[in-house]
Design a protein around this ligand. Structure first.
Ligand SMILES: Cc1cc2nc3c(=O)[nH]c(=O)nc-3n(C[C@H](O)[C@H](O)[C@H](O)COP(=O)(O)OP(=O)(O)OC[C@H]3O[C@@H](n4cnc5c(N)ncnc54)[C@H](O)[C@@H]3O)c2cc1C
Length: 515
């Protein structure tokens, strides 16, 4: 790492200041303390209890497991401390058209049964009117619908080796867990409100922040984790915002926790509504719910009424309203400031991508760890990587809104609008030939796109011609075998709650909090 190589000169970053103690701030502090603490870099995190955190963000992606494991965090302990449940994917209800139901899983459908990709064989069988639902050929989906879970296996021929999992947890407890972790490794927490920021007149680099108490904190590198307000990246550095609300128009949400009445299924649910959609995230001790909507299509009153009418249990708090504008900062790294978390951008919570974007921001920063002068080439590369990540997620989120036959104005407008070329190309390639253009890296690889395409009723006009190499009988037999094999494996796993009881049940009993 460059830090070690530069330790003999004074060009290295010695003081990192993080503004904000939400999920972004504490994830950043934990990762930096783990990687840089031993090099003598000081890490100071400033947070204000009076301002508080956004208080939502419960569903995660499997990549988070790599973050935890890189930090040496014991997964079962993390689950206990955050009242976590397992997440095998997201169930989408009523998205393609009312009555539809599919899961976007953390795993692929089917297996290789010939030279073409599995979905081509399924499409051929589906068009012959003889295929089971696409989800029945995917282990994590069948496990999710049966409320079952077992840890993945190493044996590559087992369906249990071809999936991953994530968590549904109380994000504020995760923040507290990481705060302990980071402080034990030398990060310093300062309580107080930043009231002014002092920058160098020539370079524009931030030099100090001043707290309400008049205390000044100086740094070489500043990480802005101050949430939507973007205290450093926007209020001080005026970096600018790429507003994507034309593409992703939802701009408000109500969130409320309730008691658990239904099964604590190992999956998040997103149900389409007239002017947005509603989430259900089951934790060990409660269910998080929210209605994400666009105020151009539904009033606040109707939005909160829809949410409260559709709760499965008793509300545990008053509904909390949140406001946002989808998009991202023009640069996430500007001068000596890097925006991580909501200060860098927000693309709405449909695919639980925000915590993952925090993780990407941290990983890319560590890869490109700068010297004190923050070379423009480091910042440019960071901004390029993060821009790519945000844009791809934006397209994937849009797919859910545009591949629909729903008929209320939000959905009609999304279907009829001019889509970004990058998305239009992907949809056309699939609609015509069943091709899913692949990204070299990053989130949402072909299995994810496939599950939403087919889940929302985009069926390719033509299959890969190589499917013809398998005759009708052999194809039907192969599909039948895969379906039966998955069902048999699911039968042998334990119930989701039994798994949690033996692995990561929360101690201290039920805890309630914001959703
Ligand atoms: C409706 C909704 C649903 C969401 N659902 C999900 C989900 O399911 N999954 C997911 O991954 N993400 C989700 N997110 C996003 C997730 O909540 C955030 O990405 C995550 O919580 C990180 O927030 P943050 O730390 O950037 O900001 P915040 O939580 O807002 O923290 C900001 C911090 O900055 C501090 N601060 C601000 N100003 C000052 C100041 N002047 N002085 C000192 N301190 C200051 C605050 O006190 C706080 O500690 C959701 C977001 C919304 C809006």
């Amino acid at each position: 790492m460059r830090v070690a190589l530069d330790s003999a000169n004074d060009r290295m970053v010695r003081r990192v200041v993080i503004i904000g103690g939400g999920t972004a701030g504490w994830m950043t502090a934990a990762a930096l303390a783990h990687r840089l603490g031993p090099t003598g870099v000081t890490i100071t995190l400033v947070e204000s209890a009076e301002i508080g955190t956004v208080g939502v963000g419960e569903a995660t992606l499997p990549q988070m497991r790599y973050f935890n494991s890189a930090l040496g965090i014991d997964e079962a302990e993390m689950m206990r401390r955050t009242a976590a449940t397992i997440k095998l994917g997201i169930e989408f209800r009523d998205w393609g058209s009312p009555g539809d139901r599919y899961i976007h899983p953390f795993g692929a459908h089917g297996e290789r049964i010939g030279p073409a990709d599995f979905h081509h064989y399924w499409v051929k069988q589906h068009k012959a009117g003889d295929a089971a639902a696409f989800g029945r050929y995917c282990y994590p989906i069948v496990a999710a619908w049966n409320d079952r879970f077992a840890l993945p296996e190493d044996d590559p021929v087992s369906p249990l080796s071809a999936f991953s999992y994530a968590f549904q947890f109380d994000a504020s407890l995760y923040g507290a867990f990481l705060a302990d972790y980071a402080q034990k490794r030398g990060a310093e927490r300062v309580e107080g409100k930043v009231v002014s920021v002092q920058s160098n007149g020539e370079s524009g680099f931030i030099e100090t922040v001043t707290l309400e108490s008049d205390a000044e904190i100086a740094g070489d590198l500043f990480i802005d984790c101050s949430g939507f307000r973007g205290l450093l990246i926007e209020q001080e550095l005026e970096t600018g915002y790429k507003d994507w609300s034309a593409y992703l128009p939802c701009n408000r949400a109500y969130a409320v926790p309730c008691t658990t009445e239904d099964a604590v299924g190992p999956y998040t649910r997103a149900t389409a509504r007239s002017g947005g959609w509603q989430w259900r995230i089951p934790l060990q001790h409660r269910v998080g719910n929210g209605h994400v909507y666009c105020d151009r299509y539904i009033s606040d009153q109707d939005a909160v009424d829809q949410l409260m009418t559709n709760l499965e249990g008793e509300p545990l708090a008053d509904p909390k309203q949140l406001f946002f504008k989808t998009g991202k900062r023009r640069k996430l790294w500007n001068r000596n400031c890097i925006a991580i978390g909501l200060s860098g951008g927000f693309l709405e919570p449909l695919e639980s991508t925000s915590i993952d974007l925090i993780q990407s921001g941290i990983t890319n920063l560590l890869e490109l760890w700068p010297q004190r002068d923050c070379a423009a080439s480091d910042a440019d590369e960071y901004n390029r990587l993060m821009d790519l990540e945000f844009t791809r997620i934006r397209d994937f989120l849009m797919l859910h809104y545009v591949a629909t036959e729903r008929d209320t104005p939000l959905w009609q407008d999304m279907r009829e609008m001019e889509w970004p070329d990058s998305l239009a190309h992907k949809i056309e390639a699939f609609r015509l030939r069943g091709i899913v253009p692949e990204y070299e890296s990053g989130l949402f690889q072909p299995p994810s796109w496939l599950s939403v395409f087919i889940g929302q009723n985009i069926i390719p006009e033509h299959c890969d011609p190589r499917v013809e190499r398998l005759d009708d009988g052999a194809r039907a037999a192969a599909l039948g075998r895969i379906e039966a094999d998955i069902a048999a494996h699911v039968d042998r796993t334990t119930g989701h709650l039994d798994f949690i009881a033996s692995y990561g049940a929360a101690y201290g009993g039920a805890q309630t909090g914001g959703s």
